[in-house]
Ligand binder design. Structure first.
Ligand SMILES: C[S@@+](CC[C@H](N)C(=O)[O-])C[C@H]1O[C@@H](n2cnc3c(N)ncnc32)[C@H](O)[C@@H]1O
Length: 278
């Protein structure tokens, strides 16, 4: 580890050091001299427990995005929601790629002391129908080994359950608790986001979050704006937390129907179809 990294870890592992570093970073930001998109500085805004989670993660997985697909500011925004949002339950990630976001979500579970992450992916780089990410070839055609390796290095294997398959099929056998945070980041076509929302939103706990990544993509925004904003079961809160990350809350008074509640689930999905399909 570099000397700067060593100082950062030592300083920020203490509450008082964290406060000082936060003060200096805030001043640097106001003067316009803070480095942009640099995780150690951006993370200083987190509360101490949340930052400590990252201080355990980062020696195992470097704070740069590496092979992950989410830029650092968005990754931290998702982590902040995962660690601070008050709802209880498990976390489901649709679209895990090589597990970078998974590790942050699992770290949030560790910091909170509850729940685990179900990471759903074909691990074959599938998107928008049956096309594949060219970069999956770099991983020998499957990202599964890179995913499990990264999760193991992060020390969160006990908190992560990979579910291999298409998101719309795997949902039938979901065995976790009601979902406190559902991250939708798989197929970004309009139909893909619609299918993921319809198949998985019934499992979200009242008060739970649905986070749409890549909201800046036209189809993602088109779906959210046309069919989630108008859906009476959701509040547009907390809204766009950083550009490209949009989160909504399932209202209190709604219900979570898990696959084991077959009849209730069929009813919930039928009522969704009315709201969301055009
Ligand atoms: C944008 S990447 C996820 C990136 C990851 N969340 C991150 O930030 O590092 C999308 C992933 O979704 C997966 N995927 C796309 N469509 C899918 C589908 N219908 N079912 C399962 N996985 C899918 C791809 O294999 C790919 O790994």
């Amino acid at each position: 580890m570099s000397l700067a990294g060593e100082i950062y870890y030592r300083l920020c592992s203490r509450r008082v050091g964290h406060s000082c570093a936060r003060f200096v970073a805030g001043a640097a930001r106001r003067l316009g001299v803070a480095p942009r998109d640099f995780a150690p500085v951006l993370a200083l805004d987190l509360d101490h427990a949340a930052l400590k989670g990252l201080l355990q993660l980062w020696p195992q997985i470097h704070w740069s995005s590496g092979d992950g697909m989410m830029p650092v500011d968005q990754l931290l925004a998702v982590y902040r929601l995962a660690v601070n949002w008050p709802a209880s339950g498990d976390t489901v990630e649709l679209g895990a790629w090589v597990g970078l976001t998974t590790c942050y979500l699992a770290t949030a579970c560790r910091v909170r002391g509850e729940g685990k992450v179900y990471a759903v992916d074909t691990f074959a780089g599938t998107r928008e129908g049956d096309t594949t990410y060219q970069s999956v070839e770099r991983f020998g055609g499957s990202t599964f080994d890179a995913f499990t390796d990264q999760v193991r290095r992060a020390g969160v294997s006990d908190l992560v359950e990979p579910l291999v398959g298409f998101t719309a099929e795997v949902c039938e056998s979901y065995s976790g608790k009601a979902i406190r945070l559902l991250l939708i980041d798989a197929d970004h076509s309009f139909e893909g986001v619609r299918a993921d929302f319809e198949h998985w939103s019934s499992y979200v706990a009242p008060g739970g979050l649905i986070v749409f990544h890549d909201y800046l993509m036209h189809d993602v925004a088109r779906f959210v704006d046309a069919h989630v904003r108008t859906n009476p079961d959701y509040d547009m809160l907390p809204g766009e937390v950083v550009p490209n990350v949009m989160a909504v809350t399932k209202k209190a008074g709604t219900v979570a129907c898990l696959p084991r509640d077959e009849k209730a689930l069929a009813r919930a999905r039928a009522s969704h179809q009315k709201v969301t399909v055009r």
